[in-house]
Design a protein around this ligand. Structure first.
Ligand code: GLN
Length: 547
């Protein structure tokens, strides 16, 4: 049976609960334990798939095709454990399950209530697969005191009572604001937040306090006294220059020790932190720099491309260079020349996206990279735009476009070299979709196999001709134009196993120009950089030497 660690937050949001949970997972692994991380989100969307990246950041897709919160990306990047559908749940999902059951008559005769029906559903979710790992880490989204979070807090309180004594602990993350005028770290907001938590029956075992600097002994003792935790269970989580320092920093502060102490595990196994020491060394001792432009639409909120940013950093670690990312708003080139904005970059990345806005700019970015021999990585929409660019400017299909643009604007303006996919094979069954289907969870989602051509650049990069990558899209490059484009030099070097869906294109006579229909960024880790990002940054490093 697993031990459970519930991670809650207080005082303010955006304290990095996801990161703290992920780093703790990594530290427990370093001590030889197996872990799984889960996220319980109080919002009412059934999943984040339909939320705007501007508001909620990126949607993280799992191998089994769930559209989840970006914190699951942190979990995977720090632990290397692939998240599953069952590792993310929202109030929306819980309520819709409860209501489905009610309609089906599962609770016949009963009045359906938050306690016990909703809380039971949450508890069932927490418990899934509890015999598989040593520790299950469950992060509760939002902050304590939020109205919508209450059923989750109540559920974890009950859960810890249902389990044998010593099976569950609570870790609470707060903020210690620094008041410059008096030169003090303030503990009061943390005291209030813990009070709030205790008023709903949860007493934290470990307190993690975010602060700009170290926490003096006096404040630590005060926090312990007023919040009813042991002084060595007050962990300082100081601001760090790189998130990848977190496991080492939290270990120094005693986070993993405090957690094991809270469970009464003694003696604690010694940690092996070599993986994180190597990551630290590569992060803080780069031997050069490269400049990469991300030409996208959601450039105001960096979290919208979280995994891409991280995967580029991992590629930098592999090549011992610092990757300086600049965000370029694709819409600028809808009306202006791309060159002045893209000159000086050592590589260009066009990420995924939805809708027509900014696409002409992305097409221009692909053209710029192709013509000037600049390394180009096109991801999902970025691949589709590279194909449209090739069709328009090399294969003389002046009107080439994507059906996505026509669907949005109505009418038929383009020759659809990218079309709306309505039927495809997943494993051994056929999936069907219609244009008017629900927007939630209806894309080609999750892990699919691709076959790579022998001798292609991508086969060399992956060191294999069979790969598995994660997808999230509705539209697909049409093989009807394959022969024509290949004659022009654009190889379709990766295809679905049935040969129907293009997965990768690459320009044969370009130093590094690759478009992929999937999202390689989702599988990259600091200690295991994704081969495409590793090689993309290697190519950028080469370009930086030439200029
Ligand atoms: N909008 C495109 C599609 O649905 C690309 C999606 C993406 O980039 N993730 O196919």
């Amino acid at each position: 049976m697993a031990r459970y660690i519930f991670i809650t937050g207080g005082v303010v949001s955006s304290l990095g609960k996801g990161l703290a949970s992920a780093a703790l997972g990594a530290l427990l692994q370093a001590r030889g334990y197996t872990v799984r991380l889960r996220k319980l989100d109080p919002y009412l969307n059934v999943d984040p798939g339909t939320m705007s990246p501007f508001e909620h950041g990126e949607v993280f897709v799992t191998d089994d095709g769930a559209e989840t919160d970006l914190d699951l990306g942190h979990y995977e990047r720090f632990t290397g454990v692939s998240a599953r559908k069952t590792d993310s749940v929202s109030s929306g999902r819980v309520y819709s399950t409860v209501l489905e059951k009610e309609r089906r008559g599962d609770y016949l005769g009963k009045t359906i209530q938050v306690i016990p029906h909703v809380t039971n559903e949450i508890k069932e979710f927490i418990d899934i697969g509890d015999d598989e790992v040593d520790f299950m880490l469950c992060e509760i989204g939002g902050t304590v005191g939020d109205i919508e979070g209450l059923p989750f807090f109540e559920a974890i309180r009950q859960f810890s009572q249902d389990k044998p004594r010593g099976q569950c602990i609570f870790m609470h993350l707060t903020l210690l604001p620094y008041i410059a005028a008096s030169g003090e770290l303030k503990t009061k907001p943390t005291q209030h937040s813990v009070k709030e938590l205790r008023s709903i029956g949860i007493a934290p075992d470990v307190l993690v306090c975010r602060s700009e600097g170290p926490i003096p002994k006096k404040e630590r003792e005060k926090l312990a006294l007023f919040c009813n935790v042991r002084p060595d269970s007050v962990i300082a989580a100081q601001d760090l220059k790189s998130i990848y320092e977190a496991p080492l920093a939290y270990h120094r502060e005693g986070m993993d020790q405090a957690v094991l102490d809270a469970f009464g595990i003694a003696p604690a196994p010694r940690p092996d932190l070599r993986r994180w020491e190597d990551v630290y060394d590569r992060t803080y001792n780069p031997e050069g720099e490269v400049k990469v432009a991300i030409v996208g639409k959601y450039t105001q909120l960096e979290d919208a491309y979280k995994s891409i940013k991280e995967a580029l950093t991992h590629g930098g670690m592999a090549n011992r260079v610092k990757v300086n990312v600049e965000w370029v708003d694709a819409e600028i080139f809808d009306t202006e020349e791309a060159a002045p904005y893209l000159q000086g970059f050592h590589a260009i990345l066009v990420p995924g996206g939805f809708g027509e806005r900014g696409t002409e700019g992305k097409i221009k970015a692909a053209q710029f990279a192709r013509e000037r021999n600049i390394p180009y990585l096109g991801i999902c929409l970025g691949m589709q735009m590279a194909v449209i660019e090739a069709a328009r400017n090399v294969a003389n299909l002046a009107n080439a476009g994507s059906e996505e643009f026509d669907h949005e604007a109505g009418g038929k303006r383009f020759t659809p070299v990218v079309y709306h996919l309505k039927e495809w094979v997943q494993g051994n069954h056929v999936v069907e979709r219609k244009v008017g289907d629900d927007k939630g969870g209806t894309m080609r989602l999750g892990s699919y196999t691709a076959k790579l051509s022998e001798g292609s650049k991508v086969a060399e990069i992956y060191g294999s001709t069979t790969i598995e990558e994660r997808h999230r899209h509705r539209y697909e490059v049409d093989t009807a134009y394959r022969a024509k484009l290949e004659d022009c030099g654009l190889s379709f070097s990766g295809m679905s196993p049935d040969g129907k869906l293009p997965e990768i294109v690459e320009w044969r006579d370009h130093p590094w120009f690759i478009g992929v229909q999937f999202h390689p960024e989702l599988k990259s880790k600091p200690f295991e950089p994704h081969p495409l990002f590793k090689d993309f940054i290697r190519a950028a490093k080469e370009t930086s030497r030439l200029v």
